[in-house]
Design a protein around this ligand. Sequence first.
Ligand SMILES: Cc1cc2nc3c(=O)[nH]c(=O)nc-3n(C[C@H](O)[C@H](O)[C@H](O)COP(=O)(O)OP(=O)(O)OC[C@H]3O[C@@H](n4cnc5c(N)ncnc54)[C@H](O)[C@@H]3O)c2cc1C
Length: 242
Amino acid sequence: MPTHWYTGTVSRILVLSPGTRQFDLMVMGEDRTFDFIPGQFITLDLPVSDKRRDRWRSYSIANEPNDKNLIELCIVRSPEGPGTRYLFEEIKTGSEITFKGPDGGFIIPGDLTKEIVMICTGTGVAPFRSMIRHIMQNNMPFRSIHLIFGTRRQEDILYREEFEQYAKENPCFRYSVALSREEVKGFHHGYVHGIYMEEYSKNTPDRYFYICGWSKMIDEAIENLILKSKYDKTQIRYELYG
Ligand SMILES: Cc1cc2nc3c(=O)[nH]c(=O)nc-3n(C[C@H](O)[C@H](O)[C@H](O)COP(=O)(O)OP(=O)(O)OC[C@H]3O[C@@H](n4cnc5c(N)ncnc54)[C@H](O)[C@@H]3O)c2cc1C
């Protein structure tokens, strides 16, 4: 089937942290709802190169499926990157963006009777926000979900109020934050690895790990879980951002 390209109009830009913004896209000119599975991503075609493939940048959808044709993207500015330079400097409310998707098999767990541990750093939280909001808003029963989020400083924490609220309302949902560059009461000081290795280093077949972010963190997590803690590789799913 030929790729279908959509046009999205940027309806809102929110500053989430000093380096991160949420871009809300309204899908335009479609007579059907833009549907996706929580965890999937879209690919933007940004005018940053003459070569088609060099213009493509993928972003996880950070909100839950909805009937408003609204897509929320949570994007961190990369210091040298042409894609995020374009998004942060050229894109304004009302700008149009061409995109394709949804794509990807890193999706909401099919079996919520297992223990789910979600591990992410920075904007790697995006697919988990979509999954968790979908579960909470639809009152889907689940056994346990532990979201472990890592970033440098307190000011870089993304969607903190939302996740704290879910944790308050639902005893089966836990939210832990690791800060690598700042020691703050109530947060783990260090990397995400310290949190899950302390709690989950003894393996059980009923536990599944979902990991999202950049290669350094994911490689280390896989090494810890498979080589040190002897989890089976079928218990680990991940989405690699780069
Ligand atoms: C399936 C998928 C989903 C993605 N979802 C998101 C998302 O929801 N939010 C998001 O912000 N990004 C996401 N990304 C990354 C995104 O596609 C771009 O790679 C990123 O925005 C950088 O684009 P750029 O043009 O600015 O820099 P590029 O020139 O493409 O990147 C420069 C280099 O820096 C690396 N890099 C870029 N940012 C970081 C970082 N923060 N930490 C470590 N290395 C980095 C890249 O891997 C690359 O090697 C996703 C990637 C994939 C493959």
